[in-house]
Design a protein around this ligand. Structure first.
Ligand code: ADP
Length: 221
């Protein structure tokens, strides 16, 4: 089962990706986490990416396509994968089409978590994250429930980076949805309910083994 999680920053992709990963035992490929790991490790890519992430802008398509190309070729992706944070531009979507084709695979479903912009701004400003497992928490939470780590604020969740992230999403990433919509691959889910309710709808869209038949696209925008 090859899935894409699609949604604005703060729409809950990471939370649902974690649920899907434990349910189906397939890797969760989060390009933002991969970039942050490069920054942490001080690699050349990390040094290049750090100021871009801090400003809420996008890393170049060439770099991102290269990262995904290497990752999807790893043997753990053989049974399937959940990609979160890619493709974020139409050229990235076109490159992913070519890549999955080359690998003899396809994209089975695009899960779109839809959240209104005012809620995204509210969720992102002040959100805290566990530096160990990347789980996110509301402002004021002291420590990670899973591993006890002290929570931190992501550099790009600081107020000056939040708005640019939403703006670039609206400009560059919203058109990606149309790319998959034409193929009838998009399942739109209201991302405003409880985590459990959203997970239930995600699982329904994906089917028990990731085999839910493609429904007619039910987009409201
Ligand atoms: P969010 O979805 O909350 O914005 P992510 O952790 O997915 O956060 O990504 C953080 C940052 O990493 C993005 O704002 C961007 O700078 C960079 N990034 C991640 N994936 C991509 C991509 N596919 N193309 C360009 N930049 C990316």
């Amino acid at each position: 089962m090859n899935l894409l999680l699609y949604g604005a920053p703060g729409s809950g992709k990471g939370t649902q990706a974690n649920m899907l990963r434990s349910r189906f035992s397939i890797p969760h490929i989060a390009t933002g986490d991969m970039l942050r790991a490069e920054i942490q490790a001080g690699t050349e890519l990390g040094r290049k990416a750090q100021p871009i992430l801090a400003e809420g802008k996008y890393v170049s398509d060439d770099i991102m396509i290269g990262i995904i190309r290497n990752r999807l070729r790893q043997p753990d992706c053989e049974p399937g994968f959940i990609i979160d944070g890619f493709p974020r531009t139409v050229p990235q979507a076109e490159a992913l089409d070519a890549l999955v084709d080359e690998l003899g695979k396809g994209i089975d479903r695009v899960i779109y978590l839809k959240v209104p912009v005012d809620q995204l701004l509210h969720r992102l400003s002040g959100r805290l994250v566990c530096p160990t497992c990347q789980r996110t928490y509301p402002p004021g939470t002291a420590a990670c429930e899973s591993d006890g780590s002290a929570l931190v604020q992501r550099e790009d969740d600081k107020p000056e980076a939040v708005r640019p992230r939403i703006e670039i999403y609206l400009e560059k990433t919203v058109p990606v949805l149309d790319h998959y919509d034409v193929e009838g691959l998009v399942s739109e889910i209201d991302g405003r309910g409880t985590i459990e309710e959203i997970s239930r709808q995600v699982l329904e869209a994906v089917g028990p083994n990731g085999t839910a038949p493609a429904k007619a696209a039910k987009r409201t925008t």
